[in-house]
Design a protein around this ligand. Structure first.
Ligand SMILES: Cc1ncc(COP(=O)(O)O)c(C=O)c1O
Length: 428
C-alpha cells in the first residue's frame, strides 16, 4: 500500500465516522434512522422567503441597497441582535429563563446549529483528561467530539425517567476519591432525550442543579427537543433555576421546531460566553445572516400558530409506533416518549446484537434504525451503582433507537410490524 507523503492528525485514526451519518446514505422505504424532522412548516417558510425577497426588492428599488447587502453579508459572530432579542423574549416568556444582562439578548448567542455550540462548549471548557459525566446512553453528537477533544467520559445509568441525580452524586464522589479530581461538566438532555426519549421530572432537575452548585460543575443542558413536547404542562428547564446565569449552559436549536437551517441559540454563563464567541470566530466567523432574518420572522409571527400541528403529527406517529411495537416485538422493554423523536427498545435477550441484526436482516428488508451501541462512548468509564465502582465503559448491544419523526403513519405501521416480525423470528 502506498504511504501518504504527509501524516494526518492522530484523531483521524481512532475516531470513526458517525454511525448516524453513515446510515444516512441508505435510502430505504422504512426509515427510522436519524432524527430528521418530518413535520416542517414548509408553507410558512416558503411564504417567509417570498415576503422577504419582495421586501428586499422594494428596498433595492427605493435605493436602500445597503440594507439588502447587509442581509447577504457577514454579521457579528454572536449573531444578529434582532434575532437574539426575539429568542431572548421567548426564553423568558415561555421557559422562565432569567437573562441577567442588560439588554437580556446579550446573554443569547447564535451558533451554526446547536452542534456547533456543543463542540465549542467542550473545546472551551475541557482540557485533555478532564472528566465529563453524562447519561448512559447519550447523544453521540456530544460523545464523539468529547472523546476527540480529549475528555474522559464517565457514563451514569438512566431509567425510564432519564438521568438519576443520586447516581451522578455517587459518581462525582467516586471521581474525587479514585481519580483525584472532580468532573468539570455534566451533559444532559432533560426533555425527550436523544436517544432514549425520556424526560427528567422536576425534582430530579432540581437535584441536578443542586449538584452543579455544590460541586462547582457546569451543566450542559441540551434542549434540542424542548419545543417538541406533546405533554402539557412541560417541566421547567434546569436553566430556569440558574437565575444568576452561573452553572448552566442552555443549548437550543431551530432544527426541530422550525427547520434545519443550521441555527442554534444558547445561553452561556458570561465568561463561557466570551470564550465560546472567540472559538466560534475561529470555527466559522458567523452564522448566515439571511437565515437569521428568516428565523426572526418565524419566531416573532409564526411558531405558535404552526407548532401545535407539528406536535399533533409527531404524537400520532409516536402512538402508532408504540402500538406496533407492543403488538409485534418479542420480549423486551421500550420507553414511552412524551415528546421528541425517539423510542428506545431493549431486547430481553442480552445476547441480541442490534447492529448485526441491522446489517444482516433489517437493511436487506428495507428497514433502518440506529443500533443502540452508537450511543455509548468509544472509550471512557461507566459508573456501576450496584458495585459502587467505575469500570471500563459498558455498552448495551441489545438496544435500538427507533425514530418516528420522519416517516408517515402508514410507513411506520407497516415498517415496525415488519421489523417486529423479523425480530420475533430471530429471537424465539
Ligand atoms: C440532543 C441533540 N442535540 C443537538 C443536536 C444538534 O442539532 P442541530 O445542530 O441541528 O441544532 C441534535 C440533533 O439531532 C440532538 O438530537
Amino acid at each position: 500500500m502506498s504511504k501518504e507523503p504527509y501524516d494526518l492528525a492522530a484523531w483521524t485514526s481512532f475516531i470513526p465516522e458517525s454511525e448516524i451519518r453513515r446510515l444516512l446514505k441508505y435510502n430505504v422505504p422504512y426509515y427510522f434512522g436519524g432524527g430528521k424532522p418530518g413535520a416542517l412548516p414548509i408553507e410558512t417558510l416558503a411564504q417567509i422567503l417570498i415576503d422577504l425577497g419582495k421586501e428586499q426588492l422594494r428596498e433595492i428599488q427605493a435605493g436602500n441597497e445597503e440594507r439588502v447587502i447587509d442581509d447577504f453579508n457577514y454579521g457579528p459572530t454572536s449573531g444578529k441582535p434582532f434575532l437574539r432579542k426575539t429568542l431572548a423574549n421567548r426564553l423568558i416568556e415561555k421557559d422562565n429563563v432569567t437573562l441577567p444582562s442588560d439588554p437580556p439578548e446579550d446573554d443569547v448567542m447564535i451558533t451554526t446549529g446547536s452542534q456547533q455550540a456543543l463542540y465549542a462548549m467542550i473545546d472551551t471548557c475541557i482540557d485533555r483528561g478532564d472528566i465529563i459525566l453524562t447519561t448512559s446512553p447519550a447523544y453521540l453528537g456530544f460523545l464523539v467530539p468529547a472523546v476527540k477533544l480529549g475528555a474522559q467520559i464517565i457514563t451514569v445509568p438512566t431509567d425510564l425517567q432519564g438521568a438519576i441525580p443520586d447516581y451522578f452524586e455517587e459518581a462525582i464522589k467516586l471521581c474525587k476519591k479514585e481519580l483525584g479530581k472532580k468532573p468539570e461538566m455534566i451533559y444532559v438532555v432533560p426533555d425527550s432525550d436523544n436517544p432514549k426519549g425520556t424526560t427528567v421530572p422536576q425534582k430530579r432537575r432540581e437535584a441536578l442543579f443542586n449538584l452543579a452548585m455544590e460541586h462547582h460543575i457546569i451543566i450542559v443542558e441540551d434542549g434540542a427537543y424542548r419545543e417538541i413536547q406533546f405533554r402539557k404542562p412541560r417541566e421547567k428547564p434546569i436553566k430556569a433555576m440558574d437565575t444568576e446565569n452561573k452553572y448552566v449552559a442552555y443549548l437550543r436549536t431551530s432544527s426541530k421546531e422550525a427547520a434545519v437551517l443550521r441555527i442554534g441559540y444558547s445561553v452561556f454563563p458570561p465568561k463561557v460566553h466570551e470564550q465560546i464567541n472567540k472559538d466560534k470566530g475561529f470555527l466559522d466567523l458567523c452564522s448566515p445572516t439571511i437565515v437569521q432574518r428568516m428565523l426572526d420572522i418565524y419566531y416573532r409571527d409564526h411558531i405558535d400558530k404552526v407548532l401545535p400541528k407539528a406536535l399533533e403529527t409527531y404524537k400520532e406517529r409516536a402512538d402508532i409506533m408504540r402500538k406496533a411495537i407492543d403488538e409485534t416485538f418479542p420480549a423486551g422493554n421500550r420507553t414511552d416518549p412524551t415528546g421528541g423523536f425517539f423510542i428506545w427498545w431493549e431486547s430481553e435477550d442480552k445476547d441480541f446484537d442490534a447492529k448485526q441484526f441491522l446489517e444482516q436482516v433489517a437493511l436487506p428488508n428495507d428497514i433502518i434504525y440506529v443500533p443502540g451501541v452508537a450511543f455509548y462512548p468509544l472509550m471512557g468509564l461507566s459508573y456501576i451503582p450496584e458495585r459502587g465502582e467505575l469500570t471500563p465503559v459498558e455498552r448495551s448491544l441489545n438496544t435500538m433507537r427507533i425514530s418516528y419523526s420522519y416517516s408517515p403513519p402508514d410507513i411506520i405501521d407497516q415498517g415496525i410490524r415488519k421489523l417486529g416480525g423479523l425480530l420475533s423470528e430471530s429471537l424465539t
